[in-house]
Design a protein around this ligand. Structure first.
Ligand code: ATP
Ligand code: MG
Length: 439
């Protein structure tokens, strides 16, 4: 036999529920359920769908995310196109690509835009539960809007999605918010921060030493326990915010308060990309260890201009789909069944035209029908077919036995209610009883 190949480390197959998995990743039915909830909720808020390429010029991310961010420094899958020498990168996040597309198509010409996309992202990280090298994000962006109303809308849209999926905010996921102010306010804070860390240089670890002048804000994000005391005492950006930034933040808070959404203001919440200003937020869980952030976002008023577009304010978020579905799985929340309504048991001698006509009529009436199919050794015994019917999760087995067919009927057997009740139904006009089979 030929040698087997495996997926690239940290990149996973999303498999149907019926395929046993070694890693505890969510199955494809859970994904589809999530995607349909996303479509429902985002339509309620008037967001439109778009798709951008998975590969972009490397320069887009270097310019967009910032040269000294974790992603650009060490997580990007970058390569040279061997055909023409172009420097390309598998997208590590969605916002930069969307901004590129919006600028390229002059998409803000007719006014602001509310858009979303969903798909794979790539980061060269150490794979572990909730952290992969190919992972998937839902990404939502509102461009051309400056007010705190849209910041609140972003946060509340995520909450609406939690509710649609059965997650309870405050219990399963909790919200943290912060304001990063404006660039000049951040500059003043940054200077104070560098001064403070210089005065406390002996307490900094190697990583922080390295970042002291390149990206001191990221020191605040350090998870090193030995650094927590010095971080705690650092100057707070909140104290450097001007009146306008404060008012913007207060307005966002006011909107959240108005609908009774609880949150924690976390002055240390900084996020990984350089492009954020004013509002930033994260939805977190305690269930996934250090992979606790399921959704993060904020305002990025400078990015469109920075990438060569006519400056326009914007706000958005990215949601980690694997993490969210792992959370739902771990909490054991009820998810709708993807099982068929009916499993058709088809003995070897059953007349195919009769079977096909009946099953097509049921499907046309909206019943989910899984027809038993023959393997290389034939259709198998009735016993083995019933086993498969059971394993499929179907609520009914439909049995095309010779006796029933001779009388123009099929047998319908209940598989799930414990009764095992059987009854015969006429094949003529199957749609008349199809409704009783639908879930
Ligand atoms: P973290 O601090 O966990 O590395 P991040 O700040 O790098 O997250 P973002 O860039 O804000 O994450 O991406 C938004 C969301 O995408 C995260 O909140 C998370 O749910 C998810 N995510 C990010 N990186 C990964 C990854 N390597 N594997 C799986 N999900 C990820
Ligand atoms: Mg990260």
């Amino acid at each position: 036999m030929a040698e087997k190949l495996s997926a690239v480390k940290g990149m996973n197959d999303i498999l149907p529920a019926s395929v046993p998995r070694t890693e505890k990743l969510p199955d494809s039915a859970l994904w589809q359920w999530f995607e349909s909830a996303v479509r429902t909720v985002l339509a309620r808020y008037g967001y439109q769908y778009l798709l951008t390429p998975i590969v972009e010029p490397t320069a887009l991310f270097v310019r967009g995310l910032g040269e000294v961010t974790d992603i650009v420094e060490k997580e990007m899958y970058s390569f040279v196109d061997s055909m023409n020498g172009d420097r390309l990168t598998l997208r590590p996040e969605a916002t930069a690509g969307i901004v590129r597309a919006v600028i390229e198509h002059n998409a803000l010409y007719n006014g602001p835009l509310r858009i979303w996309t969903l798909g794979p992202m790539f980061r060269h990280e150490r794979p572990q539960k909730g952290r992969y090298r190919q992972f998937h994000q839902l990404d939502v962006e509102a461009m051309g809007y400056a007010g705190p109303d849209v910041d609140a809308e972003m946060i509340l849209m995520a909450r609406a999605l939690w509710r649609e999926l059965g997650l309870v905010e405050g219990q399963h996921v909790r919200l943290e918010i912060n304001s990063l102010g404006q660039p000049e306010e951040r500059r003043a804070h940054r200077e104070a921060l560098v001064r403070y860390f210089e005065e406390n240089a002996s307490t900094l670890d190697a990583d922080a030493q390295r970042r002291l002048h390149s990206n001191p804000l990221r020191i605040l994000d350090s998870k090193n326990p030995a650094m927590q005391a010095v971080i705690e005492g650092a100057p707070r950006l909140m104290d450097f915010l001007g009146a306008e930034s404060k008012a913007h933040f207060d307005a966002v808070r006011g909107a959240l308060d108005a609908v009774g959404l609880e949150y924690r203001v976390n002055p240390r919440l900084v996020r990984g990309m350089d492009y954020y200003n004013l509002t930033v937020f994260e939805w977190m869980t305690d269930q996934l260890g250090s992979q606790g952030t399921v959704c993060g976002g904020g305002r990025y008023d400078g990015l469109i201009g920075q990438l060569g577009g006519k400056p326009a304010p914007a706000v958005g978020f990215g949601l980690g789909i694997e993490r969210l579905l792992l959370l739902i799985q771990e909490l054991g929340l009820p998810v709708p069944s993807a099982a068929p309504d009916v499993y058709a048991v088809v003995p070897a001698d059953a007349p195919l035209p009769t079977v096909v006509a009946a099953l097509e009529a049921l499907r046309a009436a909206g019943v989910r029908v899984l027809q038993h199919g023959a393997g290389p050794d034939g259709p198998g015994s009735l016993k083995s077919q019933f086993k498969k019917a059971d394993a499929s999760g179907a609520r009914y087995a439909l049995i095309f036995g010779a006796d029933e067919l001779a009388a123009g009927e099929v047998t319908v057997k209940a598989l799930r209610d414990g009764s095992g009740a059987q009854q015969r139904q006429p094949l003529a006009g199957v749609t008349a009883w199809a409704a009783t089979l639908k879930s």
